[in-house]
Design a protein around this ligand. Structure first.
Ligand code: NAD
Ligand code: KPL
Length: 306
């Protein structure tokens, strides 16, 4: 029987990183690009390029737009959180019953929106600590080793296809506590990313703002507990400082988005934290003040504040 094709929706940084490694392992993988113009550019390039510490390789994956009509059984949704739902809507008519949707988005909110809108799909949340960026059109740099945690909010059993990820050198573990992991990552991102934008600094320079970081960690830990994820709150402050030290020379993803004048995922990070705090009547004054400051800052730069 023919192997199931991995459709990759969005050939940006993470989508290209996944697609090239699947192709290298001999897995059938097809890119779904946003429009005909991008498809023509991709065809002119002829392949995706994967840049790794030990060399560069080219992978001539097939590509199409949402308008193609082949059914989709397994879809890696690799768009930004604010684009993910519309992107899935564009291919929804092609989803086979029970299709697996791997949702790679950062933060919280986009995954739930997709799972609610397409209940017939098997939505899998993925929390990724891998690092990738695009050096040019269709050229992805694998910049940081990390891990991918996969699971469903209902803690379902691991699907058989999951082993294909590790076999493709995509470090992946199926977990029963995916929501704890997604929330923990949101907390890390809320404690680090906005301050790096407001102080215009690399992660390591947050050492100069220790009190601010610690106060945010305390509110975030309360929020994790209030939303039913107390396990994600354990050791949060130490973990935030560990990540700051481990990534001291890096700019956070939000800082990079702002530097490139791209929309940030603020609504799915701080915005979501503040909305959840409202739901649980939790007075998170520092998170709210940070959210307001960041939105004001983004508006002043002429960037979307959501
Ligand atoms: P990216 O901007 O590099 O790529 C997103 C791609 O999706 C773009 O190529 C865009 O054109 C495409 N896209 C948008 N709408 C589309 C549509 N309707 N149809 C087809 N394609 C569409 O973003 P990224 O860095 O790869 O991030 C994707 C998600 O993964 C984000 O939520 C991010 O936070 C998360 N993430 C990224 C990294 C990383 O290192 N890049 C690490 C962990 C998590
Ligand atoms: O994930 C990150 C990001 O930059 O988005 C880290 C490195 C954890 C900083 O918050």
């Amino acid at each position: 029987m023919a192997e199931t094709t991995w459709h990759i929706l969005g050939a940006g940084s993470l989508g290209s990183l996944w697609a090239t490694r699947l192709a290298r392992a001999g897995q059938p993988a097809t890119l779904i690009l946003r429009d005909e113009a991008r498809l023509s550019r991709y065809r002119a390039c002829g392949a995706l390029e994967l840049v790794e510490p030990d060399g560069t390789s080219r992978w001539a994956l097939p590509a199409e737009t949402a308008a193609a009509d082949t059914p989709i059984q397994r879809l890696v949704v690799a768009c930004k959180a604010y684009d993910a739902e519309a992107a899935v809507a564009s291919i929804a008519h092609r989803l086979a019953p029970g299709a697996a949707l791997l949702l790679l988005q950062n933060g919280i909110g986009s995954q739930q929106a997709i799972a609610e809108r397409w209940p017939q799909a098997h939505c899998i949340f993925v929390s990724s600590t891998e690092g990738a960026y695009l050096r040019g059109d269709y050229q992805v740099v694998h910049a940081g080793r990390g891990h991918n945690w996969l699971g469903t909010p209902a803690s379902e059993a691991e699907p058989a296809w999951c082993t294909a990820l590790s076999a493709s050198a995509i470090p992946a573990t199926w977990t029963g506590d995916i929501l704890d992991r997604v929330w923990r990552k949101l907390a890390l991102n809320c404690a680090i990313n906005p301050l790096t934008v407001l102080h215009d600094c690399r992660n390591g320079l947050l050492r100069n703002h220790e009190g601010e970081v610690n106060a945010l960690c305390a509110e975030l830990a309360d929020l994790l507990a209030a939303t039913g994820h107390p396990a994600a709150a354990i050791g949060l402050r130490d973990d935030v400082w560990r990540v700051i030290e481990a990534t001291a020379n890096n700019y956070s993803s939000m800082h990079q988005d702002v530097a490139r004048r791209r929309r940030t995922e603020i609504a799915f990070l701080l915005g979501q934290a503040c909305r959840q705090a409202d739901t649980h009547d939790l007075p998170v004054q520092r998170l709210r003040a940070l959210h307001d400051r960041l939105r004001t800052h983004l508006r002043a730069l002429g960037l979307p504040d959501d």
